[in-house]
Design a protein around this ligand. Structure first.
Ligand code: 5AD
Ligand code: SF4
Length: 439
């Protein structure tokens, strides 16, 4: 048998890119590739890129430049760009970087085997279509290998919301939900390979409306059916839009024990003026009411969010309203970003806030969010939690996993094994993790 070719994939950005990288590796596995974690060993290097924030494309070009010596030493080395920068830049990548052999967008990577054959023949290949066919239906079945205890599962892709700052509707395309039966069988397959926790992914995951055997299923219905799978212990989903948080999904947080009490629910800003300019189609009060209803259903729900500071037109007063909203909600964890103009989005045409002002706001917001995060962590001390143990920690004999609330938790005990859900009492809280002892 010919020696397997080696594939090195570097993944940027969101969890969906992590999921896509796994699928690309499986697609190229069918063409005889095995993955390697060393770029120097690779026969093919793929960058799975993210376009969401500042200088995304420039960073990809400079990363590509660094492969020049590798390609000079091994002319057979093939280099590809995938993901959202590939989608946004397309042919331009070929023009600007002659060492690139292949450009593939997020909706066409099922065509990688054919593209690989073409580039082995000396061609350069670009495919950034939004094809009619469902890429998932054209991907090879994954090998029946054992897996770690956690996995992602893309259930929905794309976005029709067109927030004024966001490139996703342009790079990922229109909103599409995968058929429920496919998702149930993919989940069943993951569980049979050792997975105990599945995170359902979508840019707008709670807008899920997939074809089911008895009509359209909502995300809540999908979660309830997935929860019937024996051996699947935990379900999570990300990322949600406040406007799609329907009653049945809120209720599921209260009465579906396998749905974990953690929710990433971005609001972006606490100012109604800015929310309107962002085309979010909800107010700060709408969001606060929603949080109240979610907490009525599940009082210990830990909330996470995304924030943008320095959006065009944001005044000191607008920013203070964001700070007020953060204080009112009390986040367990959150992400915050300085606004960056993304080419092609409506907000990119508008005059921005001076950089030093935006930077100062970001510092203040991040200080508040990290004090909330720390407080939420410290509040876990003395409490009993369930931790899905994932892997060995850095210290000898240590295992690390995630609590229901997605806190990283360490435990050092010979009885702790990967894949177990351990009952732990939290005894200490560090900067980014908790430690516990077996009960
Ligand atoms: N500038 C800054 N942050 C952005 N995000 C999306 N687009 C931009 C942008 N142009 C943030 C939003 C989103 C998260 C994934 O990234 O907060 O929820
Ligand atoms: Fe980046 Fe958004 Fe694309 Fe994910 S969907 S890779 S976060 S641009």
């Amino acid at each position: 048998m010919a020696e397997a070719k080696k594939l090195y994939i570097k993944t940027y950005g969101c969890q969906m890119n992590v999921y896509d990288s796994e699928r690309m590796a499986e697609a190229l596995g069918a063409s005889g590739y095995v993955t390697t974690d060393k770029a120097e060993d690779a026969d093919m290097i793929l960058l799975n890129t993210c376009h969401i924030r500042e200088k995304a494309a420039e960073k990809v070009y400079s990363e590509l430049g660094r492969f020049k010596p590798l390609k000079a030493a091994r002319p057979d080395l093939k280099i590809g760009v995938a993901g959202c920068v590939a989608q946004a830049e397309g042919e331009e990548i070929m023009r600007r970087q002659p060492l690139v052999d292949l450009v593939v967008g997020p909706q066409t990577y099922h065509r990688l085997p054919a593209m690989e054959a073409a580039i082995r023949g000396g061609a350069r290949a670009v495919d950034t279509e939004f094809p009619e066919e469902d890429k998932f239906e054209h991907l090879p079945k994954p090998p029946q290998a054992r897996r770690g205890p956690t996995a992602f599962l893309t259930v929905q892709e794309g976005c029709d919301k067109f927030c004024a700052f966001c490139v996703v509707p342009y790079t990922r395309g229109a909103e599409v939900s995968r058929p429920a039966a496919r998702l149930l069988s993919e989940a069943q397959d993951l569980v049979s390979r050792g997975v105990r926790e599945i995170t359902l992914l979508g840019q707008n995951v709670n807008a899920y409306h997939g074809a089911g055997p008895d009509g359209t299923w909502t995300l809540a219905r999908l979660i309830r059916e997935l929860a019937k799978i024996d051996g699947l212990a935990r379900i999570r989903f990300t990322t949600s839009h406040p406007n799609d948080m329907e009653d049945d999904l809120i209720a599921a947080h209260g009465d579906e024990p396998k749905l974990m009490p953690y929710l990433h629910l971005p609001v972006q800003s606490g100012s109604d003026r800015i929310l309107k300019a962002m085309n979010r189609k909800h107010t700060a009060a709408d969001y606060l009411r929603l949080v109240e209803r979610l907490r009525a259903a599940r009082p210990d729900l830990l909330l996470s969010g995304d924030f943008i500071v320095g959006f065009p037109g944001e005044t000191d007063q607008d920013f203070e309203e964001t700070m007020d909203l953060v204080r009112a909600v009390g986040y367990g964890q959150a992400y915050s970003f300085k606004y960056s103009a993304r080419p092609g989005t409506p907000a990119a045409e508008r005059a921005g806030v001076p950089d030093d002002v935006a930077r100062d706001r970001l510092h203040r917001l991040q200080a508040l969010l990290s004090s909330q995060q720390r407080a939420a962590q410290d509040a876990m001390i003395g409490r009993n939690v369930s931790v899905l143990l994932e892997k060995q920690g850095r210290m000898p004999g240590q295992m690390v996993g995630k609590s229901e609330y997605l806190h990283a938790v360490h435990v050092t005990d010979p009885r702790a094994r990967a894949g177990d859900i351990a009952r732990l009492r939290i005894v200490a809280s560090g900067p980014n993790s908790l430690s516990g002892v077996l009960i």
